[in-house]
Design a protein around this ligand. Structure first.
Ligand code: GDD
Ligand code: MG
Length: 360
């Protein structure tokens, strides 16, 4: 038996207004919650039991996943009354784990899409007799992540979470948000108070000389933390760049769910996703975007790199580029919304106007 923990308790503030009612890991990425993509990939790697570490809106997970039987795993929930941070959440699930002290336990950040070799990481953890193995990837700009330099033997030498000074940018290798823990290491995290696994647990383990190794994998990886990344992830799944057994259809330039209506002369491209019951009118162009269920893009509208929430309406001739439209919002005909604009759920923009904001 192989167990996995999914950390899904964050508030997802950078993804507002999409996360006002739905926790970030439950937002549909190509029509399916990120958590479901992760469970499907974990299952493929041999995971049979998953513990969801929830905090923000736990009922949304329970309603959707239930006991996990529909998803081929046994699913249990550990809900924090107050958020305990990443390390605190890992410690908090411990009473729900069945693994023995020396067994491996996988832990995933809940907002990661990855194509990395999960089973290979578990094997590498075994082969190196590690206490913890960290999945690492390389990025151009590592500053928004945990920096994780390793030595010639693959041993982690430092863990620098979101460094603030240029001197700390010592590598382009970052923590990609999937760990294999020796079960007993989880039990050694303090209880009853917030703990950051990145700022406290990993540096503490290194200081004590624990065996912490890096598993570098340059396969597909994306953190879905911002609206732009979220749209990117959806498109990459549809285009087949991000692998997921849970993709609800075939890969290609676009994916249209049953029950959606797309006029024959509308143009869908670059991994656009059209949810069930959504409509795209005559001559509309939807480029690299995600339309949630029952969204409507009217005739002649142009939607690029945007997320359109469920039941939202984009009026005829409107132009949107890099925009997040909340559920049931209405963008009147002829409006032009540009990069960074966010429209809150239920808001109606009737007049023609140009709007933007810089808080993305
Ligand atoms: N249960 C629970 N409780 N989950 C939490 C809590 C909490 O208090 N706080 C955060 N999480 C979950 C989030 O839901 C998310 O899935 C995951 O932990 C990571 O939190 P983020 O807020 O997304 O962190 P980040 O993206 O800034 O940084 C983390 O991920 C990077 C890779 O994407 C760090 O682990 C970095 O080191 C890493 O590079
Ligand atoms: Mg994140």
């Amino acid at each position: 038996m192989l167990e996995a923990v999914l950390l899904v308790g964050g508030q997802g503030t950078r993804l507002r207004p999409l996360t006002v009612t739905t926790p970030k890991p439950m937002l549909p990425v190509a029509g399916v919650p990120c958590t479901e993509h992760q469970i499907a990939r974990a299952r493929e790697a041999g995971v049979t039991r998953v513990v969801l570490g929830t905090s923000y809106r736990p009922e949304v997970f329970l309603d959707y996943f239930g006991d996990g039987s529909r998803f081929g795993v046994e699913l249990v929930y550990a809900t924090e009354d107050v958020p305990l941070g990443t390390g605190g959440a890992i410690r908090h699930v411990a009473p729900h784990l069945l693994s023995g002290p020396d067994d491996p336990v996988l832990v995933f950040n809940g907002d990661i899409l990855s194509g990395h070799d999960i089973a290979g990481q578990v094997q590498a953890w075994r082969d190196s007799s590690s206490d913890v193995s960290l999945y690492l990837t390389r990025v151009e700009d590592p500053r928004a992540y945990g920096l994780v330099p390793t030595d010639a033997d693959g041993r982690v030498t430092q863990f620098l979470e979101k460094p603030s000074t240029p001197e700390e940018i010592v590598t382009d290798q970052i923590n990609a948000g999937c760990y294999v823990f020796r079960r007993s290491v989880i039990d050694s995290i303090p209880t009853g108070r917030p703990v950051s696994v990145e700022r406290e647990t990993f540096p503490g383990l290194l200081a004590r000389g624990a065996v912490v190794t890096g598993f570098v994998d340059d396969g597909y990886w994306l953190d879905l933390g911002t609206p732009l990344a979220f749209v990117q992830g959806s498109c990459d799944l549809v285009l087949g760049r991000a692998p997921s057994p849970a993709l609800p259809g075939r890969t290609g330039q676009f994916l249209v769910r049953p029950g959606a209506e797309v006029e024959p002369d509308a143009i869908l491209s670059n991994g656009t996703f059209v949810g069930a019951g959504a409509t795209v009118g005559s001559g509309a162009v939807v480029d690299g975007s995600s339309l949630f269920d029952n969204a409507m893009v009217a005739a002649g509208a142009y939607v690029k790199d945007s997320v359109i929430g469920s039941g939202a309406i984009i009026g005829s001739g409107a132009r949107l580029d890099g925009v997040v439209v909340g559920d049931r919002a209405v963008i009147g005909p002829g409006n032009e919304l540009v990069r960074g604009a966010r429209v809150w759920p239920g808001v109606a923009l009737s007049e023609t106007s140009v709007r933007f904001s810089s808080d993305r």
